[in-house]
Design a protein around this ligand. Structure first.
Ligand code: KG4
Ligand code: ZN
Length: 337
């Protein structure tokens, strides 16, 4: 008897739904990005995001079912992101998933978005199991996580201010790039000189926490004082600063916690400069570094379905159908948090 999990994600500006068969077979993965709708504001406007999730969630769920060749009645489990994220947007996907679970009489599992990002790795590399060290780098979070087993997480360090993706977006905005600036900045950086501007490497040798807001300010002052600097050099120099900090801390933690297997997830895991430096360093140190497929790095519902399926199958977890959104949720430290 096949087991189909529907995942729903709506924590920020992506309305997403996916169908997973058993543990790792992705039958469909639909993402509607609202990025274009927020671009004119230079960032995500929560109320605009909520309203567009309401408009898109039903067609996106239907598209995920159609893509999988299934009907609602074929589903065995429903999982949805309950936090962290924006309250209004979270409530949309969560309520729809809870309503579907109630009407279909199937179990429901509320998924922590951060744990979901970690499960993107499982979908791409099902055989690469913990123990491992994960670097979660997205628009909302930057965390170094020691994963002793799925469900058991020790957060070694987090950002004290801006997330890495947020820093890319804000620095890109100062360079005149549209939202989200990360992917554009990455492309520009490939044609620039990373040593052109000596931007600071914040908190480089100070433990496992991160701080990127000062770097953004440094970009701001530099752009004001040196308006003629080629954009490609600005982009390459900024990216080199972020990448050096991320790579240094990940490998320092790998040494400190004796981890051979390194996993990088979240939207910034798609960054070409980051991947290049991580691969070089991993080769030098004899460690292995893994990144999910590009479509699983950024926000998606496949990772939410995978996490829900794991928690249901392993811990028999079921979440209440009246659970509210948890905008400030943190990564659970024990399996049944
Ligand atoms: O994981 P994600 O889709 O959403 C959150 O959970 O935040 O990450 C989105 C972030 C954005 O800040 C975006 O600019 C950044 O990931 N990003 C990149 C790249 N692709 C996406 N940053 C740098 N280089 C990239 N290639
Ligand atoms: Zn995310």
């Amino acid at each position: 008897m096949p087991f189909y999990t529907l995942g729903v994600e709506s924590s920020c500006d992506e309305t997403a739904a996916a169908v997973l068969e058993s543990n790792h077979t992705l039958r469909s993965n639909v993402v509607f990005s609202q990025a274009d709708l927020h671009a004119c504001y230079g960032g995500v406007v929560p109320e605009v995001a909520s309203r567009n999730h309401v408009l898109k969630v039903a067609p996106v769920v239907q598209a995920a079912l159609d893509g999988a060749g299934l009907r609602l009645g074929d589903l065995s489990l429903i999982g949805a992101t309950c936090g962290p994220g924006l309250n209004g947007p979270l409530l949309v996907g969560l309520s729809v998933a809870q309503g579907l679970a109630f009407s279909l009489d199937v179990p429901f599992v509320a998924v922590n978005h951060l744990e979901g990002h970690l499960f993107a790795h499982c979908l791409s590399f099902p055989d690469v199991e913990p123990p491992l060290l994960a670097l979660l780098v997205s628009g909302g979070h930057t965390q170094l996580v020691n994963v002793s087993a799925w469900g058991h997480y020790e957060v070694l360090g987090s950002t004290r201010d801006d997330a890495a993706g947020e820093a890319f977006d804000k620095a890109g905005k100062l360079m005149g790039l549209g939202y989200p600036a990360g992917p554009q900045l990455d492309k520009l950086a490939q044609g620039g000189d990373p040593d052109a501007v000596a931007f600071p490497r914040p908190m480089l040798k100070q433990g496992y926490d991160f701080s990127f807001s000062g770097l953004k300010t440094a970009v701001r002052y530099f752009v004001e004082d040196h308006p003629a600097t080629p954009l490609v050099d600005l982009a390459a120099s900024f990216q080199a600063a972020v990448v050096e900090v991320l790579v240094h801390k990940l490998f320092a933690a790998a040494r400190g916690y004796h981890q051979e297997t390194l996993v990088v997830v979240g939207g910034v895991a798609a960054n070409s400069g980051l991947r290049k430096q991580l691969n070089l360093r991993a080769q030098r140190e004899g460690r292995r570094v893994y990144y999910p497929d590009a479509k699983l790095c950024a926000d998606n519902a496949a990772m939410i379905a995978a996490c829900a399926r794991y928690r249901y199958a392993t811990f028999a977890e079921r979440s209440p159908l009246n659970l509210l959104a948890l905008p400030a949720l943190t990564l659970p430290t024990s399996a049944c948090a």
